[in-house]
Design a protein around this ligand. Structure first.
Ligand SMILES: [Zn+2]
Length: 268
């Protein structure tokens, strides 16, 4: 059976074919077992992206049912389901993003499945950290910072690295489930969110890493390469002047300068 899947190593979306996916089920049946029939399933999926090709593993444990031909998990009876390799889904981030922000993001990715609300709290801190660091806006509540950022975009006073789309994305994510409420609360207040909502927040942060920090870094690199080219041109130009000057000086210093005159004259 084929299914759509995102590789946790390289994030590429792909259709997994049977050749790239294997499942190992183990059935657990004890006498007088309170849970009834149980099973554990380890699945491994290999990435088809040629530049990745890594294998990830997931373990699931729960109540089982036998349909007469195959074992399946009883609906609503999964007790544990977690990707074990790689641990978490954090993508490596470049060093120009402040390390405290990257640490919160990485930790949020690690605990997203076990505790979405703890992950969401870390991500809220992460977004707040970025707005403070990148946009220079600091207010007690994240929601007030987002509003100030929106205002700065609207009146043109925001850093030009901050696109309208990125602020629109923050607003769009705010409208998902409990995330809006999460952003309005004090940082110490825990708000329930589900793993899907926590994932939306994680992806928002990844987008902001890219739209803000990486875009600024790319511009900085482009500018410095343009400046280097300009410097090189200047150096080449002055080098030519020096070369020309040395040629001129040499020519001027050469007693046989008149020879070349003669040559020229001779050529004529
Ligand atoms: Zn991959």
């Amino acid at each position: 059976m084929s299914f759509s899947w995102n590789c946790p190593f390289c994030s590429s979306t792909q259709t997994v074919v049977p050749d790239k996916h294997t499942v190992y089920d183990h059935h657990i049946k004890f006498e007088h077992q309170a849970e009834g029939l149980m099973m554990s399933r380890m699945s491994a999926t290999s990435c088809a992206n040629r530049s990745c090709q890594r294998t990830s593993f997931r373990i699931q444990i729960g109540g089982a049912t036998y349909t007469g031909s195959s074992w399946t998990f009883k609906s609503g009876s999964i007790l544990f389901s977690q990707q074990i390799v790689p641990q978490g889904t954090a993508k490596p981030q470049p060093s120009y993003i402040p390390s405290a922000i990257v640490e919160d993001y990485t930790e949020a990715c690690l605990i997203r499945e076990l505790s979405p609300k703890a992950a969401a709290t870390l991500i809220r801190r992460c977004i707040q950290g970025m707005i403070r660091d990148f946009a220079g806006i600091s207010k007690p509540r994240l929601i007030d910072e987002i509003k100030a950022l929106r205002k700065a975009i609207d009146d043109g006073s925001a850093d030009r690295s901050i696109s309208i789309e990125s602020v629109d994305a923050i607003d769009a994510v705010r409208s998902i489930g409990n995330i809006g409420a999460h952003m309005e609360r004090d940082i110490n207040e825990i708000v329930e969110v589900d793993p899907g909502e926590a994932q939306a927040l994680i992806e928002l942060v990844e987008m902001l890493f890219d739209e803000w920090y990486s875009a600024r870094e790319k511009r900085r690199k482009r500018l410095s390469s343009v400046l280097n080219i300009a410097d090189d041109k200047k150096a080449t130009k002055s080098g030519v002047v020096v070369a020309n000057a040395s040629v001129v000086n040499a020519m001027l210093g050469m007693p046989q300068a008149s020879d070349s005159d003669n040559d020229v004259a001779g050529a004529d």
